[in-house]
Design a protein around this ligand. Structure first.
Ligand SMILES: [Zn+2]
Ligand SMILES: [Zn+2]
Length: 301
């Protein structure tokens, strides 16, 4: 179990894969959570290539039901069943997901060897002690969600200061985290003096959408924004027609949202010989743009 948030780019292509890029799928790992965002065809093999165990999965977040984002689900679930997966798997998606997910399981004869919870979500839909998940509707011709994983900011005790002031650790420090002062060996110490605020983290996933005003506000302040970038600026009309984004649009969203880093995925295979042009286009507008390859890992401390 790790306290760090880890992102594994399992697939970074769009609807047509290449020898180097598989269909969309990104895995977010944090403590005991393994959250898969989209599950394109062949995602379960990408797990193996990344030396990750799919049985650790806890949640699948489906952005929308276009084939390139969901075709990996039946095979993956079948493997989980055969591997003795015994947890509850939560599957979240936009409206329509319950019917479509049940149809998919039926079509492929996937037996429910383990409990599968299917939820159609918008807004804040899952909350743990230290993080929560949010969904926001996008515009893509079909129902589509963008997602954010938000790790809450927390108050931490400054151990260096404790040592300096010769204050021992133990349950007497408990109130500090609640913002209350403590008395130690007859002396009063304020919470402000002995604690500091560890900032929260936000990771956002925007896959398959046309440009709309909700994106920047939804991903506002993201430490990492993973965004589709199907086309280049020259093909902006085509992007609009097919309800997708260009690299420039993704970069402008990152800039407006004051994101720290932008990772472009779902890049059309037509750019496979010149991926650098997509990155260059984005970097002109937003310097901290990156173009991850399949199986790249990013850690957010
Ligand atoms: Zn797609
Ligand atoms: Zn799509």
């Amino acid at each position: 179990m790790t306290e760090k948030i880890k992102l594994t780019f399992l697939g970074t292509s769009d609807a047509v894969p290449s020898a180097l890029r598989n269909h969309p799928a990104v895995l977010l790992t944090y403590k005991g959570e393994n959250i898969l965002v989209d599950c394109g065809e062949g995602t379960q093999r990408q797990f193996r290539k990344a030396r990750l165990n799919p049985c650790r999965l806890t949640k699948i977040l489906i952005t929308h039901w276009h084939a390139d984002h969901i075709l990996g689900i039946p095979g993956l679930l079948k493997t989980l069943g055969l591997s003795g997966y015994n947890k509850k798997l939560s599957v979240y998606g936009p409206k329509g997901t319950k019917f479509l997910m049940k149809s998919l399981l039926k079509l492929f004869g996937v037996r429910e060897d383990f409990p599968i919870e299917i939820k159609e979500v918008s807004g804040r839909f899952f909350a743990a002690d230290d993080f929560y998940l949010e969904a926001k509707s996008m515009r893509h011709g079909v129902r589509c969600n963008a997602y954010s994983f938000i790790k809450k900011a927390r108050t931490k005790i400054d151990k260096k200061k404790l040592r300096k002031l010769k204050i021992s650790s133990g349950p007497h420090l408990k109130n500090l985290k609640k913002g209350k002062s403590i008395i130690y060996k007859g002396k009063k110490y304020s919470a402000k003096k002995l604690t500091y605020e560890e900032p929260g983290k936000k990771i956002s996933f925007v896959l398959d959408t046309s440009l709309n005003k909700d994106i920047a506000s939804f991903v506002k302040g993201s430490d990492v924004l993973i965004c589709e970038s199907s086309y280049s600026h020259e093909l902006k009309d085509l992007a609009k027609r097919h309800h997708h984004l260009t690299a420039s649009q993704a970069a402008r969203i990152a800039k407006k949202a004051k994101a720290k880093k932008l990772f472009l995925i779902h890049v059309s295979q037509r750019f496979s010989k010149n991926m650098k042009a997509i990155l260059k286009e984005a970097r002109k507008i937003f310097k901290n743009s990156y173009l991850p390859k399949d199986l790249d890992v990013v850690e957010i401390k």
